[in-house]
Design a protein. Structure first.
Lengths: 181, 311
């Protein structure tokens, strides 16, 4: 992969998350029943940030869980693909909650589809929202995000890389080009 | 979707000779994740939707077969259950013909239990699909060893340098053979103990002894094996009371091991033979935990042998 450009820096990521946190609270009319579920790997770090921001603004800490969607992927019978199964931990009752699913990039929509199935197997939330830092288009399923940090038009030969302080040592969104594409 | 690939795996689980430590560790790690699925109100994930797993048991077994079938169903695979009480005289062609018949039914993986060692290895040549050995003769029972290793790690953490004593009929035990192979791969020191008539000439990876005290002394964990009463008919055991006197794991003898050393038994148990009285129900006993973990291990094995490998 070849590096093309830096789309967002740490200030822009911070502002985008701050805005999402405000929008979530506004849409949910407060923090009542609100909880966050981060999708591996970067979605978890972003969900933690949103929990902290909501707590800063509203004075109340929303419960948070982590979700691995591997066992719900629709491509597990494809040859040569064997993703690692990672931890799912939802340490609270999902029933009746307003869940904000958090992921770094919304692309084909397949991860979000798998995450919805996984979540519904774990309980019956009253409402599920989807929050992403970047929506890069190219949906293959009828899925949309409720909260978007930044809409970035991309081509399919490009890769959008979200970096977080927790996982990569810095907050950034970068555009890369697939080699030989 | 974000990728986090695991090392590639052998297509079969016959014993551990084709497996390396990294691959085994991945299975144990995946099994840990499967525990979470088993703790849910809805214990089912769609990972193996569209796959058909056949359990082919030429030798009677209840818990291993049920454990595999439940594991497959929890992963949304379809299960074909084939059990037969073939006599040991109808080997060779019969096994092959039976398996080739099943092959015509579109099976994606075979779980095979058989009284003759090596049939699972042959099956691999006949079937061109993943084969999981659920016990072949005295030779190997790899998923039992995996669940034992998993259960031990839950209690002991890393097995590196840990002394594990295996006590009983080592000679006729596929559980002992697979455990010696696997536990030593994970860094443990395995000591196998039993009467001289029930010890093999050698057990790769393990030290052999006829002294129970030597085996249990400072052991980090103790595993008792099922004593098959038919062994006595062959003159390998003088009498049951004599075995009990020298080799039964009692509260008193367990004190030779490290404090609170966990106690395992692959089942089915002969109460008051391998283990004294209520020892199997004591807090040190992990017997029930082993059964519970068996399902998670088998889900992990099915995941790694089937996903990404459909041909």
């Amino acid at each position: 992969m070849k590096f093309k450009s830096r789309l967002l820096g740490d200030d822009e990521v911070r502002r985008a998350l701050t805005r999402i946190a405000h929008e979530v609270v506004e849409k949910n009319k407060g923090t009542e029943g609100l909880c966050f579920v981060g999708i591996h790997t970067r979605g978890i770090s972003l969900a933690k940030r949103l929990v902290d921001l909501v707590e800063k603004f509203e004075g109340k800490q929303a419960p948070m869980g982590i979700l691995d969607i591997t066992l719900y992927r629709d491509d597990l019978s494809e040859i040569g693909l064997q993703p690692r199964v990672r931890e799912t931990r939802i340490p609270f009752d999902l029933n009746g909650k307003a869940v904000v699913l958090v992921d770094d990039v919304l692309y084909t929509g397949r991860t979000a589809r798998a995450a919805l199935d996984a979540l519904i197997d774990l309980g019956r939330p009253s409402r599920i929202y989807l929050a992403v830092l970047v929506d890069r288009g190219h949906r293959e399923l009828p899925i949309r995000a409720d909260f978007v940090g930044k809409n970035l038009p991309t081509s399919k030969s490009e890769v959008v890389k979200v970096k977080t302080l927790e996982d990569d040592g810095e907050d950034a969104v970068e555009l890369w080009e697939l080699e030989g594409a | 979707m974000s990728q986090s690939a695991v090392p590639s795996f052998p297509r079969h689980l016959l014993d551990f000779s084709d497996w390396n430590r990294g691959q085994v560790e991945s299975i144990l790690e995946t099994a840990q994740m499967m525990q979470e699925v088993l703790a849910r109100p809805v214990k089912k994930v769609p990972a193996l939707t569209g796959f058909t797993v056949a359990t082919v048991f030429f030798e009677p077994s209840t818990r291993t077969r049920l454990s595999f079938e439940l594991a497959a169903r929890r992963m949304s695979a379809d299960v074909l259950s084939f059990a037969t009480a073939t006599s040991s005289t109808t080997k060779g062609e019969t096994y092959r013909d039976t398996l080739r018949t099943l092959e015509q039914m579109g099976i994606d993986a075979y779980v095979i239990r058989v009284d003759a060692a090596g049939v699972c290895h042959q099956a691999y040549g006949w079937l061109h699909k993943p084969v999981i050995n659920a016990g072949d003769g005295w030779r190997a029972h790899p998923t039992q060893a995996l669940l034992d290793a998993f259960t031990l790690r839950e209690r002991l953490g890393s097995l590196e340098g840990k002394k594990i004593a295996i006590v009983g009929d080592i000679l006729h035990s596929r559980v002992a053979r697979s455990n010696a192979e696997l536990l030593t791969m994970l860094g443990a020191q395995v000591v196998a103990c039993g009467p001289a008539t029930l010890l093999p000439g050698s057990l790769p990876g393990a030290t052999l002894t006829t002294s129970l005290k030597e085996a249990l002394l400072e052991a980090d964990a103790v595993m008792a094996l099922r004593l098959q009463k038919e062994r006595m008919d062959k003159g390998l055991l003088p009498s049951l009371p004599e075995y009990i006197a020298a080799y039964q794991i009692t509260q008193e003898r367990l004190a030779w091991a490290r404090p609170l050393a966990p106690l395992l038994h692959p089942g089915p148990m002969n109460r008051d033979v391998e283990l004294e009285g209520t020892l199997a129900d004591s807090p040190q006993s992990l017997v029930e935990r082993q059964v519970a973990n068996g399902q998670a291990i088998r889900m992990a094995v099915l995941y790694h042998l089937l996903v990404g490998k459909r041909s």
